[in-house]
Design a protein around this ligand. Structure first.
Ligand SMILES: [Cu+2]
Length: 487
């Protein structure tokens, strides 16, 4: 017995010594045990990019002295069609330039304030260890430059932002961006990488109210944004500006949230995140549907795209997506795969008790026609007034309040060439519904509009309203025209 015990003790010592040796050796071989100790061997100018693009991966590059040039530019931009806003930016974009570093880099940061600007600014980078994340050392007046240096000690995806009083206002005007600190050896390679950042905006006018809209401090304090958007404006990532990938590729999204107020429930409709670096750090969650991105926080999101289509990036606090602008697009091209996603396989009427077959003619012949007859002989003004009510009850949910539609889902009725070209056809759409491809103002939609169960008079009024608004051609539609339209 005693002998065995002794043997075990020796064995344990042997194992311990082995461990010690291995860890000592790894320390010596990469000389990067503690990130404060990593030495830099070269110096270079950091390559910066405007969103939604990111600089190339660091790969195997050793830690270096990195010079970053950042200029604050106050400039007018477009929040959405017809709505102007004065943005305060880092390097002219919202979010500001993407900065890509690796752990152990020594960053020499140059902050310049454009001489045409009106206000002083600074920068607080969450990747910086030191007072104010750099804010204390970078307060610059217009026409001034300040330089400070820091060492990147922690890998991760970090937010940077202006921290000049009133801080909330500087951030609300667009002063934020992302700085990535890659681990030694870099992040695992993927096929596509993109830079997306959410922000909430507060304007004197309501959503869509045209003209130059000033910042509204009261709404900002109450956290009642008029706009919640990706990359600084409504539609920054839509249609021709959509992110792209091919089926079979892996995609990494660097997603930040500038706030200033709202937490994002970030989701991509029709995708599951294979991996999420939660809060931009080392913790990796897998198979995630929606990830929380705090104000002043970020996440690295990875997924493989399998089948073609348009995938919508949204804040799943969903009114923000469809009514305040938090909607972007990832367009995936490539081969269909019916095993993974079949598309509609069967479409047929569901009428188990014959209710639909009986009720439709009855309703039409009955109360609705009677009501229509009673109210005939309306003026165009009366038609428009009645039509507006119907529009707000029925069409608004899909085509939106100003008839602008929703990219990728519902075509616009505003300035719609399809609508204005052929009245009979438009009547047919509302009366009988519309399926399959339709091209409106050069954009093709392939969805379905159900037939609207409205009387001939209601269809006449709502179309008259639509034709007299949203910059359409002011056609008048009468119940007789609707009645005559059989298909
Ligand atoms: Cu500022």
């Amino acid at each position: 017995m005693k002998k065995i015990f002794k043997f075990r003790r020796t064995y344990l010592w042997y194992v311990a010594a082995l461990f010690l040796g291995v860890s000592l050796q790894s320390c010596i071989s990469d000389a990067e045990g503690s990130t404060t100790e990593i030495s830099t061997v070269s110096s270079m100018k950091a390559q910066l990019t405007a969103p939604p693009f990111v600089p190339p991966p660091v790969g195997a590059r050793k830690a270096a002295k990195l010079t970053v040039d950042m200029e604050v530019i106050e400039k007018e931009g477009e929040m959405t069609d017809g709505v102007k806003y004065v943005y305060w930016t880092f390097n002219g974009t919202v979010p500001g330039s993407f900065i890509r570093t690796r752990v152990g880099d020594e960053v020499e940061f140059h902050l310049k304030n454009n001489p045409n600007n009106k206000l002083p600014h600074n920068i607080d980078m969450h990747a910086v260890t030191g007072p104010g994340g750099g804010a204390v050392s970078t307060f610059v007046a217009p026409g001034q430059e300040k330089v400070f240096s820091f060492k990147t000690l922690n890998p991760g995806l970090f937010v940077y932002h202006c921290a000049t009083a009133p801080v909330g206002m500087h951030i609300a005007n667009g002063m934020y961006g992302l700085i990535l600190v890659e681990p030694k050896g870099g992040l695992p390679p993927v096929d596509k990488e993109y830079y997306v950042m959410q922000g909430d905006f507060y304007t004197k006018g309501k959503y869509g109210e045209p003209g130059l809209q000033p910042f509204d401090m009261e709404k900002a304090i109450d956290e009642r944004p008029d706009y919640v958007v990706f990359n600084g404006k409504v539609g920054a990532l839509n249609d021709d500006n959509a992110l792209t990938a091919k089926a079979g590729e892996t995609v990494r999204l660097f997603v930040g949230n500038g706030g200033p107020n709202k937490v994002s429930s970030f989701h991509v409709i029709g995708e599951i995140f294979d991996k999420v670096h939660v809060e931009g750090g080392d913790l990796v969650n897998e198979n995630v549907q929606t990830t929380l991105i705090p104000s002043g926080g970020a996440a690295m999101i990875e997924f493989k795209v399998q089948v073609p289509g348009t995938y919508l990036l949204v804040d799943h606090s969903i009114f923000r997506a469809f009514n305040k602008g938090a909607l972007g697009m990832l367009k995936v091209s490539g081969e269909k795969n019916a095993k993974i996603y079949s598309g509609t396989q069967i479409e047929r009427t569901y009428d188990p008790d014959g209710t639909l077959a009986k009720a439709k003619p009855a309703v039409e012949a009955g109360e609705k026609l009677a009501e229509a007859a009673k109210k005939s002989g309306k003026s165009i003004e009366e038609q428009k007034e009645h039509g507006k009510k119907i529009f707000m009850q029925t069409c608004f949910a899909c085509h939106q309040a100003n008839g602008q539609g929703i990219p990728g889902a519902f075509p616009p009725l505003a300035k719609s060439d399809y609508l204005n070209k052929d009245i009979a056809r438009a009547i047919g759409v509302v009366k009988h519904g519309l399926n399959g491809e339709v091209t409106v103002n050069g954009t093709t939609f392939n969805s379905a509009m159900p037939a609207q169960s409205l009387s001939d008079e209601e269809i006449a009024d709502v179309l008259t309203y639509v034709y007299h608004n949203f910059e359409n051609n002011k056609s008048v539609v009468t119940p007789e025209m609707v009645k005559a339209q059989s298909k």
